[in-house]
Design a protein around this ligand. Structure first.
Ligand code: UT7
Length: 333
């Protein structure tokens, strides 16, 4: 019987720091509103030349080096992003070429904020069945090029940032204590339009992209913030408890919680509701904003670097986002 072990992680963020005060020069917003409502103080934005697969490459190279593997050992690349380099082919293909690899399988995951945990589940299943021994899993986003940075888009634009995180998963014996214990995935497509990108798209009339679509701002993400907020807390709590029950584990047994980073208030309310001590929740949102598929591997990387995530620790992750989709994972580091 096989299991998968997360043997190493890596992350990459652009050098350019964009503060809340910087945003207030582009739109009608202010540091107080953003900090109080979301906990975000700054985020990173790429330059014009950098794309999602570039950030993914940097994170992947760091994870590969930290794992001490040859890049040629990678048999599958799972790439989670909602901000692809192009509509097709998948960003995993561009990443593969930039890594200088050819022949291994690539698979893109489009489950937005839940993308990394969906990808972790996919990687875990391929390893458990014996099909692959080594998988590269990446979550990467370039949001800054796709946001409406005028006052019209301020409710969304202030929340998102660019970044990437990567993990190397390797086959291990199912008796190894360091392993992915379980993953739990859900979706409810009836809420797809509560947080979405309407255009360009095949569902908008005769043309996939039109001048009117640009004028109406349909090429920018739209969000029903209050509804997303309420569902996020409920679903993350539910799916976390589902993971604990599946492993006969109690909340007190978890050493560290690495939640998706959409809003500090969501994670604080979740911890309060479940009576999780705040020091067990590792957050990075104040520095990077919401980097969607990248928040959890960035959290892993920063927690390792800060000495907060150590070998043998029992970790729980949960995420919620567009779709709606939500997911959790329990793993021993
Ligand atoms: O990864 C998963 C995806 N996202 C999430 O999980 C986000 C979930 N939702 C949220 O985090 C919150 O709903 C927000 C942070 C987006 C908004 O907080 P809120 O407390 O729900 O504020 P609101 O949308 O009710 O807006 C309150 C006011 C409005 O003004 P009026 O109508 O009361 O006059 C907005 O127009 O704040 C205004 N507003 C802003 N003001 C300054 C909206 N965006 C901004 C802004 N700066 N950036």
């Amino acid at each position: 019987m096989y299991a998968s072990e997360i043997v190493a992680v890596g992350m990459a963020v652009p050098d350019r720091i964009v503060t809340n005060d910087d945003l207030s020069k582009l739109m009608d917003t202010n540091d107080e509103w953003i900090t109080q409502r979301s906990g975000i103080r700054e985020r990173r934005w790429v330059d014009a030349q950098t794309t999602t697969s570039d950030l993914a490459l940097r994170a992947a190279e760091r994870a590969i080096a930290a794992a001490g593997i040859k890049k040629e050992d990678i048999e599958l690349i799972v790439m989670a992003t909602l901000s692809p380099d192009h509509d097709f082919p998948g960003t995993g293909c561009f990443l593969q070429a930039k890594l200088g690899l050819a022949g291994c399988a690539t698979l893109d995951i489009r489950q937005a904020c839940s993308g990394f945990l969906y990808g972790l589940s996919v990687a875990d299943q391929f390893i458990k069945t014996g099909m692959y021994k080594t998988v590269l899993l990446v979550g990467a986003e370039v949001h800054s090029k796709g946001l409406d940075v005028s006052t019209r888009g301020r409710d969304v634009a202030v929340l998102f940032g660019d970044g990437a995180g990567a993990a190397i998963l390797k086959r291990t014996d199912a008796t190894n204590s360091s392993r992915v214990l379980s993953t739990h995935l859900h979706a409810e497509g009836a809420h797809a339009q509560e947080l979405w990108l309407p255009g360009p798209g095949m569902n908008l009339g005769a043309e996939r992209v039109s001048r009117a679509m640009l004028d109406e701002g349909l090429i920018y993400p739209k969000m029903n913030g209050k509804k997303v907020f309420a569902h996020a807390i409920r679903r993350m709590a539910e799916v976390l408890m589902e993971g604990l029950a599946a492993n006969n584990t109690k909340l007190e047994d978890i050493d560290l919680f690495l939640f998706h980073q959409a809003n500090l208030r969501i994670n604080e309310m979740l911890a309060q509701e479940l009576k999780i001590p705040p020091e067990k929740v590792f957050n990075t949102i104040h520095k990077y904003g919401n980097t969607t598929a990248a928040t959890i591997p960035i959290g892993m990387s920063e927690a390792v670097a800060a000495g907060k995530l150590k070998k043998g620790m029992l970790v729980a992750s949960a995420a919620f986002g567009s779709g709606f989709t939500w997911a959790s994972a329990l793993y021993r580091w």
